[in-house]
Design a protein around this ligand. Structure first.
Ligand SMILES: *Cc1c(COP(=O)(O)O)cnc(C)c1O
Length: 401
């Protein structure tokens, strides 16, 4: 396909799709392992993984075959019936997460919606009041629907959209006092990402999470962990909270859960599961359908078969070392941040030109905020991919500094 054909496709897209994204000027066509190809056949090393989604990389045969087999059986049943893939997926997700009850959604934002509704209902059952509040973190990101937006700590995302449905106060990540100062009799939940994603790859400290757990237990407030980006092995444990053993009351999961098939989940402890959302309180037409849950099962199969979480603990230190070396080499890099395969380089300038240059040279990356380069590759990343990424990125930084 000629270059101007790709431009024609992009021109068509810009006439028809609502312009809510400033997209890269590339039409992607297919993927293989760690690599993506555009419609002109140009090859890219992918360190974005569809925003922390494609944990298995592209073209995992067992995963693809499992989806094809499910298509030939049944795609959808509605939640008026049980289906076998969902039963299996729920039981396995409980086992790998350490939570007790599962509700499948179609996206991350919906998982956050469900978590907030469960927390509100739990508080309402206790005191019958409808004035409950939530504490969230500055710089957090929880999704674009109204409930999820109301706990997203970035005013720019909320401001044009009127009154938010939840009464939310924002505390500082890793500052327990700032949370304590906001607790009132009406506080029903604290929501936090164990590692902030969009907000800048900032990990919550062990002390902070342990302090939050103790505070929430003492005040009978539910602790919600949003593991949508940092979960599913990305930080070197199946869920980021496993590193510290600080168990939440409710947890959300999505992104890598389906590895490309849109599926999310919120999970609860038995106690909260028994005293929050009941029959008729919550629902979704597609959520937990056989196709989505076949994807979850295939993903979990591959996590086991490839020992992916262990692979992250083995390989991610090499990413850390490589990024530290880049940070030492270039004075425009202020800091390396993050954990495992969820890291960032903080620049003293916008990283857009570097990303565009890297893309021209066959490396796909994303930012997190204007000045941070984000590294969220597939969990199958090997050292040679990290070397290849660093070689292209070094050139891109040199040409743009
Ligand atoms: C991506 C993300 C969401 C929103 O998920 P969607 O599937 O885009 O709705 C929520 N929370 C976190 C931490 C995320 O990274």
């Amino acid at each position: 396909m000629e270059q101007d054909k790709m431009q024609l496709m992009i021109g068509q897209a810009e006439k028809d799709l609502l312009h809510t994204y400033n997209r890269y000027q590339i039409v992607l066509d297919h993927g293989e392992g760690m690599y993506l190809y555009d419609v002109n056949g140009k090859k890219y090393l992918d360190f974005m993984a569809g925003i922390a989604v494609f944990a298995l990389g592209y073209g995992n045969k067992a995963y693809d075959d499992a989806l094809k087999a499910q298509i030939d059986k049944i795609l959808h049943t509605s939640n008026y019936f049980y289906n076998e893939p969902a039963i299996r997926a729920a039981s396995r997700l409980k086992k790998v997460s350490g939570m007790d009850r599962v509700f499948f959604t179609n996206s991350g934002a919906e998982a956050v919606e469900g978590a907030l509704k469960a927390a509100m209902k739990h508080a309402w059952l206790k005191d019958g009041r409808t004035s409950h509040q939530v504490i969230a973190m500055e710089n957090s990101f929880h999704g674009r629907t109204y409930g999820a937006l109301s706990v997203t700590g970035n005013e720019k995302y909320r401001l044009p959209f009127g009154q938010m449905p939840c009464d939310v106060q924002f505390a500082q990540l890793n500052d327990l006092e700032s949370v304590k100062n906001l607790v009132t009799d009406e506080t029903c939940a604290v929501i936090v990402e164990p590692v902030q994603g969009e907000g800048g790859l900032m990990p919550a400290s062990e002390d902070f999470l342990k302090g939050l757990r103790a505070l929430c237990t003492e005040k009978e407030i539910l602790l919600i962990f949003d593991e949508i980006q940092c979960g599913m092995g990305r930080t070197g444990s199946m869920f980021a909270w496993h590193r510290f053993g600080v168990r939440p009351d409710i947890m959300t999961c999505a992104k890598a859960l389906g590895c490309g098939v849109p599926v999310g989940a919120f999970l609860l402890t038995e106690e909260v599961g028994q005293s929050s959302l009941a029959a008729g309180d919550h629902g979704t037409t597609y959520g937990g359908n056989p196709f989505a849950c076949a994807a979850v099962n295939a993903v979990l199969d591959q996590y086991e078969a490839l020992d992916l979480v262990h692979h992250v603990t083995e390989t991610a230190p090499y990413l850390t070392k490589t990024l530290d070396a880049l940070a030492a080499e270039f004075s425009c890099i202020k800091e390396r941040r993050g954990v495992g395969f969820m890291q960032g380089l903080v620049f003293d300038r916008p990283v857009g030109p570097i990303i565009n240059d890297a893309m021209d040279h066959g490396l796909i990356m994303i930012n997190a905020g204007a000045n941070i380069l984000r590294f969220v590759p597939a969990l199958i990343t090997e050292k040679e991919h990290i070397d290849e990424m660093a070689r292209i990125l070094r050139g891109a930084i040199e040409r743009n500094s």
